[in-house]
Design a protein around this ligand. Structure first.
Ligand code: NAD
Length: 724
């Protein structure tokens, strides 16, 4: 299929959500994906039922629409004030004998606290009624009454609802006015006590306080993730954060949106104190008293000489801007406006501190909120949030023990995430010691790497390692272990007879409730379930390689799979840290159903004269994390070729025509299998820092495929690829 450019442009410009969601789809299957805003956060492949209409319009996976599941009804009840509970978003304010006002956030009917326009309005009312005119209040502690954490962020629905984003200017100004001219104007110390997440608007609230205390709980994290939604911290965050942690650390936090854990937060000056969760409120009250009576003075972190040189004069800062701008350009290809706006706000605020910096910040915020990029990223975020829940009812039997068969690339990865993230006991079985040993080595090497990078403690490494039990066919003890399995995930070779034999073995050995999941790439789940004694327990769980890094998991019930088995697979996948999508048992399931036509168009473009370099460059410029040629090398040319030829014979009709996939097939014969073999479209030289390149032989090979050089522009390539 060759799309006409005008029609294509019309489609591509219909909604940025389409464009970004298509990007996201490729990201989900692309190991090399890494954007400024972070790997998982921008990645979403949302089942058709959860997508906005524009996505559905272009989805090549329409046939993969998931089995209908009832939509969850909204349970939000209108708030009725009572003397015991005067405010919707706060429990009643307490004032201690020594004059500490305790304000506990507690958004009614919500599992987590968020900062919404309504919270802001009610905070003003609460402050006026309880604190402002109360002479007994000498200091205030802000904390949360919720176990789930402090404040999870700003309520994005508020921003979405506003048709005219310019209205945000007045709303933000009102909020800033509250912080600056009401909260701070009482001139009493404000302490923020944080346990669990304090993100986005939550951390911005904390930054308006004089003193911040957080707990050392593993759940406690602080961050400004607005960039991931195409926005910036708009309640003074771009102005307040550099003052606390310095310009470079502030830019790093705001441009990546990453979470900061308690120890690091203390080191960088984001918080003043880290305490155990059980003493948080007591310590916060004591600090508030001492700040009020002058026995405690907040200490700001002093800068190193190097940081002073860089940050405290305009020449040093110029070096920072140049470097950061280069990095942002490299990582975004200029496709995301938010990081640039964040830089502008920080720079402008340093030159024009105070009201002018804040005015500029809210103007930039309102501008970003009106961009297609932001609305598309918000759609993805909402889709991913929706994907944390399922509506397949009760999973039935609780899952404690997960058995994995096949300790190869996929089986080892599945075992790793099951033990590390899912906290399951894992039984990993291969044919023999060599097989299971290879798998165990992959897992423990990965954990050792995390330990070295301080991403995991020695205790966690030991605990996780002891939770993976290596088993082989050679030792019949495996049957005893497997009799305890609640879920079996099969990841042996891609062979129907072998997979069916394993189903039969498992039905003999495992308990009746045990769910059997297959990680097949392409075999219909219906075929694997054929002849099974308990077909209702059989389901597909299709992971992507490398499993510990790839966030997407396709869950594929066949027609006879029970809702309980689907719910079990969804819950296990979610605990493993995956974004689960439930899709139909159709050729290519979901991702490969999109990837197949994409690869066919790549071959059609090569036939029409697009060079390999141009194919990659056009698509990275368009906003894809990697181009299609790199993608094929990363996935494996053999796998890409298999997907393309398999889907050519499937039910995708015209979408799989118009190209020449022998481009990939002949590479398999030449053993140019991609990155894994050091030679694919690119050559991957060994040695640190050596860059991949396309050698003359591959260039000549690709040239043979050119039928007619249509002198395609970057735009032609982009249009044809995204709209195939
Ligand atoms: N590699 C990928 O990118 C990828 C992605 C998604 C799905 N898959 C699917 O996952 C499955 C496994 O793929 P892989 O890449 O991990 O393969 P692999 O060759 O790395 O591993 C397969 C493992 O299964 C073991 N095995 C074979 N027969 C066995 C048996 N009877 N009992 C126990 N162990 C046995 C082998 O010894 C080997 O260790 C395949 O169905 C594949 O299509 C692969």
């Amino acid at each position: 299929m060759i799309c006409r450019p005008a029609a294509v442009r019309a489609l591509a410009s219909r909604a940025n959500g389409v464009v970004v969601t298509r990007r996201a789809l490729i990201q989900a299957a692309t190991p090399a994906f890494s954007t400024l805003a972070g790997r998982t956060s921008l990645t979403a492949s949302v089942p058709v039922s959860a997508q906005p209409p524009a996505f559905r319009f272009l989805s090549t996976a329409a046939a993969a629409e998931p089995a209908a599941a009832p939509a969850a009804a909204s349970t939000k009840q209108p708030f009725v004030p009572t003397p015991e509970r005067k405010y919707e978003h706060f429990v009643n304010v307490e004032v201690t004998d020594k004059g500490v006002g305790i304000v506990r956030f507690d958004c009614a009917n919500q599992s987590v606290n968020t900062i919404s326009f309504a919270v802001k309005d009610e905070a003003k009312k609460m402050w006026a009624e309880e604190i402002q005119n109360n002479p007994n209040v000498k200091s205030v502690v802000f904390t949360s009454a919720k176990k789930a954490g402090f404040i999870a962020g700003a309520d994005i629905k508020d921003i979405k609802k506003l048709e005219d984003k310019q209205q945000l200017l007045g709303i933000i100004e009102d909020g800033i006015d509250f912080f600056k001219n009401t909260l701070r104007a009482k001139n009493i110390p404000l302490v923020c006590a944080i346990d669990g997440p304090a993100l986005g608007g939550g951390l911005e609230w904390a930054m308006w306080c004089d003193y911040r205390i957080c707990t050392d709980s593993p759940k406690t994290k602080m961050g400004l993730p607005e960039v991931k939604l195409g926005l910036l911290p708009g309640f003074g965050g771009t102005q307040n954060l550099p003052k606390l942690v310095g310009v470079q650390a502030a830019l790093d936090m705001m441009l990546t949106g990453k979470d900061i854990r308690p120890d690091k937060a203390k080191k960088m000056g984001l918080v003043d104190l880290v305490v155990a969760p059980q003493s948080l409120e007591k310590v916060a009250i004591q600090c508030a008293e001492e700040l009020a009576n002058g026995t405690l003075k907040p200490k700001r972190k002093s800068k190193s000489t190097m940081n002073k040189l860089l940050e405290d004069n305009q020449y040093g800062r110029k070096i920072i801007w140049n470097q950061v701008e280069k990095m942002v350009n490299k990582q975004t290809n200029g496709n995301y406006p938010a990081p640039f706006a964040i830089m502008q706000c920080v720079e402008h605020g340093l030159m024009n501190p105070g009201e002018e910096g804040l005015r500029n910040e809210r103007e930039q915020f309102a501008k970003l909120a009106a961009t297609n990029e932001s609305s598309a990223l918000i759609n993805i975020f909402e889709g991913m949030t929706a994907m944390k829940k399922h509506s397949y009812g009760d999973a039935g039997h609780p899952v404690k023990n997960v058995a994995v068969i096949g300790a190869g690339l996929m089986g080892a990865g599945i075992s790793q995430v099951s033990a590390e993230k899912g906290k399951y006991t894992v039984m990993l079985k291969d044919k023999d010691d060599a097989g299971v040993g290879r798998g165990m080595a992959m897992i423990t090497d990965s954990w050792k790497g995390k330990l070295k990078k301080k991403r995991m403690t020695q205790y966690a490494v030991n605990k996780n390692t002891s939770n993976v039990i290596p088993l082989t066919d050679d030792n019949p003890i495996w049957e005893k272990h497997f009799s305890q399995a609640d879920v079996v995930i099969e990841a042996v070779f891609e062979n129907l007879d072998l997979k069916k034999k394993i189903v039969a073995d498992m039905e003999r050995v495992t308990p009746d409730h045990c769910v059997f999941a297959t990680n097949t790439s392409a075999i219909p789940i219906t075929k694997i379930a054929e002849g099974a004694k308990r077909p209702e327990n059989i389901i597909g769980m299709h992971y992507f390689s490398p499993v510990p890094m790839m966030p997407l998991l396709e869950i594929i019930p066949h027609a006879g799979t029970s809702a309980a088995a689907t719910a079990t697979a969804f819950e296990v996948g979610t605990k493993q840290g995956k974004t689960c999508i439930v899709v139909k048992d159709v050729p290519g399931f979901y991702v490969n159903r999109c990837l197949g036509p994409f690869l066919v168009e790549v071959s059609a473009l090569a036939r029409d004269g697009a060079s390999l370099e141009m194919l990659d460059k056009s698509m990275t410029k368009f906003g894809m994390p990697v181009g299609p040629v790199t993608l094929a090398d990363e996935v494996g040319v053999d796998i890409a070729s298999h997907v393309a030829s398999f889907l050519s014979e499937a039910d995708l009709g015209v979408r799989m025509t118009g190209g020449d996939i022998s481009l990939l097939q002949e590479m398999v014969n030449k053993k140019w299998l991609g990155k894994k073999t050091g030679q694919g479209f690119y050559t991957y030289p060994k040695g640190k820092g050596k860059k991949k390149f396309i050698n003359d032989e591959v260039k000549a090979y690709a040239k043979q495929f050119v039928k007619e050089d249509l002198k395609l522009s970057e735009k032609d390539i982009q249009d044809r690829l995204v709209s195939r």
